[in-house]
Design a protein. Structure first.
Length: 247
């Protein structure tokens, strides 16, 4: 059993209700956000013309994103997480994936093993003093021509409170600075566009505490929101997505 921090124990306790990422539905406001950034992350893999790729989801949790990766039929997937509870769910739900309980500061893999490494909504959970150790390990296991894909909450979410499971949120500049010792950011984009829009006002009439107009709500979340709000510039987003290469 790994020695967990208080914030990690809080995350661990979230799995008492089960593999909660698997409960998300794409046509809800929460699901559109979750599957919105997963779809962007997967698009970088889809754009690679090669097959038989080795892909690692670092901080995989209950393995929900691994399901999307496996569905591409073009890669061998490994999921890594410190949470024994989360990994136990992942192994049950995706027996075809190699799931490993491990600390990201010491990965049990050979150097230059993976073509893609995903670090999705994970960096903000890492103690800042440990980040270089984690990034150094990800750099070690990534192939020379591989890509590291990172997603993090932006400062549009505000700074984390002491009660939060997050240690920090990021600007585009601070994320680049954070990874700079090991990685060069080749591309950065935003997800979940902030600010006023008439469609956002319209959505409040579709789904609120008094009623849920399911057909229109589903259409909005599946068609309108992905088109207008999912991907955007980094200065207007609640989430940052960075594509990185090794130094």
């Amino acid at each position: 059993m790994l020695n967990l921090t208080d914030k990690q124990w809080e995350q661990e306790n979230d799995y008492n209700i089960g593999p909660y990422h698997w409960f998300k539905e794409k046509d809800t406001d929460d699901g559109r956000l979750y599957f919105g950034y997963l779809s962007i992350c997967q698009s970088f893999l889809d754009a690679d013309s090669r097959s038989d790729l080795n892909v690692m989801d670092a901080g995989c949790g209950d393995g929900r994103f691994c399901k999307e990766l496996v569905a591409t039929k073009k890669c061998k997937v490994t999921g890594v997480d410190y949470s024994q509870k989360a990994v136990s769910f992942a192994k049950l739900l995706l027996p075809e994936v190699n799931f490993v309980v491990a600390d990201l500061v010491k990965l049990p893999f050979e150097s230059e093993t993976y073509d893609f490494v995903y670090l999705i909504e994970t960096l903000e959970h890492i103690i800042p003093d440990n980040i270089d150790n984690v990034l150094g390990e990800l750099n070690r296991v990534l192939k020379k021509d591989g890509q590291l894909i990172i997603t993090v909450p932006s400062l549009f979410n505000g700074e984390p409170t002491p009660e939060s499971k997050h240690y920090q949120h990021f600007s585009a500049e601070s994320l680049k600075s954070t990874v700079d010792n090991f990685f060069v950011v080749e591309k950065m984009l935003g997800q979940d566009k902030t600010g006023f829009h008439i469609f956002k006002v319209f959505y409040k009439f579709l789904d609120n505490r008094y009623w849920d107009l399911k057909i229109l709500r589903k259409y909005y979340n599946n068609k309108i929101w992905p088109r207008f709000f999912n991907q955007c510039s980094t200065d207007k987003s609640r989430r940052l997505i960075a594509v990185c290469k090794k130094r």
